[in-house]
Design a protein around this ligand. Structure first.
Ligand SMILES: [Zn+2]
Length: 365
């Protein structure tokens, strides 16, 4: 089981960023989403000034690619930091991870949205320019500090928060699949009971607090339920997936991510639909499937292919996505039975059939 060294979450923790980061050194190089940086810069600067911490800043937007990370590494090296800090959403964070790996310095992650479970892990997911998966870069160690300002996150657009719940929704089901198949987790071992319990707690937290947290974030309110779901999206999902393993929900997500129509969808939204497909693929009981569909409908996660932007739902059109999901090296193969594009295609179409039928009215399957 692996985890970040420290995880700090609470309202306005960024004002004390110097206190939480200071033990790592006095020069911090930020790789940051420019919009997020403009929102939190003043808070961080104040805390840094109080502790004489100097910082550099490089804006980052777009896809996390090897070339993009290499370019920023050159600038970071010129600054000579003790710490590289990734600030913003998944791409800025993954790029900062690659830069810190390159420089061999400490790593701090400051997510300003709770849209995915990347912050806590020792993985940087890198893509090719065509949005196809390039590689999983494995860092030597997990982040030294993950700093989560729940006030900042609760004031970000609700879609990010909901997408994070979509990513977190997969954690328990994928972890459980890996336990059944004895698949390897991210560091190459098998899951501990501790990691599996965290994955389950992630799911239970979403079911208990997800809907009320979403309603609160819609109104930019920070409530205890929002704090619980931020922890589920970032900490529980992060530890759960990394130390227990991923399976078909993320594999199917890669199939969708390779389609032109889904370019405007977020990682967690595609993973949520991947989770519905996993439930169909593994033939979960009707009550469990109904519960997960009901949750997705209540918080606004996609439950039909149409909601992913896919209008041609013919098997011929979707076969490519099913084939991508079965590519060698993808976590779809962590399923406890042999998978192939026919099975994945069936699961994708089966989930869509349930999703469409449920939208028609009260007689929900
Ligand atoms: Zn994910």
């Amino acid at each position: 089981m692996i985890a970040p060294n420290r995880y700090v979450q609470g309202p306005r923790v960024l004002e004390d960023a110097g206190q939480y980061i200071g033990h790592l050194g006095s020069k911090v190089f930020f790789v940051a989403d420019p919009l997020a940086w403009s929102i939190v810069k003043d808070q961080i600067s104040k805390g840094f000034a109080a502790r004489s911490i100097a910082y550099g800043y490089e804006p980052f937007e777009g896809l996390c690619t090897r070339a993009g990370a290499d370019k920023i590494s050159v600038k970071a090296r010129a600054f000579g930091p003790d710490v590289v800090a990734g600030l913003g959403g998944g791409s800025a964070i993954d790029t900062a991870k690659a830069v810190s790996h390159d420089l061999g310095c400490s790593l701090v992650i400051i997510p300003t949205v709770a849209s995915n479970d990347a912050p806590c892990s020792a993985l940087s997911v890198q893509y090719k320019e065509n949005h196809m998966l390039d590689r999983f870069l494995r860092l030597k160690r997990n982040p030294d500090v993950v700093l989560v300002d729940s006030k900042v996150i609760s004031e970000a657009p609700a879609r990010f928060f909901v997408a994070g719940m979509g990513d977190a929704l997969a954690t328990w089901f994928e972890a459980f699949t890996c336990t059944k198949s004895s698949a390897k987790n991210m560091p190459g071992g098998v899951s501990t009971s501790a990691a599996l319990s965290l994955a389950r707690l992630c799911y239970d937290t979403l079911m208990e607090y997800g809907v009320s947290a979403k309603l609160a974030v819609d109104r930019k309110a920070l409530t205890p339920a929002v704090e619980k779901v931020i922890e589920a999206n970032i900490l529980l999902s992060g530890l759960g997936f990394e130390s227990s393993g991923l399976s078909s929900a993320h594999g199917i997500h890669e199939g969708f991510a390779a389609m032109e129509e889904t370019k405007s969808m977020m990682h967690g939204e595609l993973v949520a639909y991947g989770t519905l497909s996993l439930l169909v693929l593994e033939n979960y009981p009707r009550t469990e499937i109904g519960r997960v569909f009901g949750f997705c409908e209540a918080v606004g996660l996609p439950t039909t292919l149409g909601q992913l932007g896919i209008t041609d739902v013919s098997p011929e059109h979707l076969r490519k996505a099913a084939e991508v999901a079965c590519m060698e090296g993808l976590t779809t193969h962590n399923t406890y039975f042999e998978i192939n594009p026919d099975l994945i295609l069936g699961a994708i179409l089966g989930a869509n059939a349930l999703g469409e039928e449920r939208l028609k009215g009260p007689q929900r399957p």
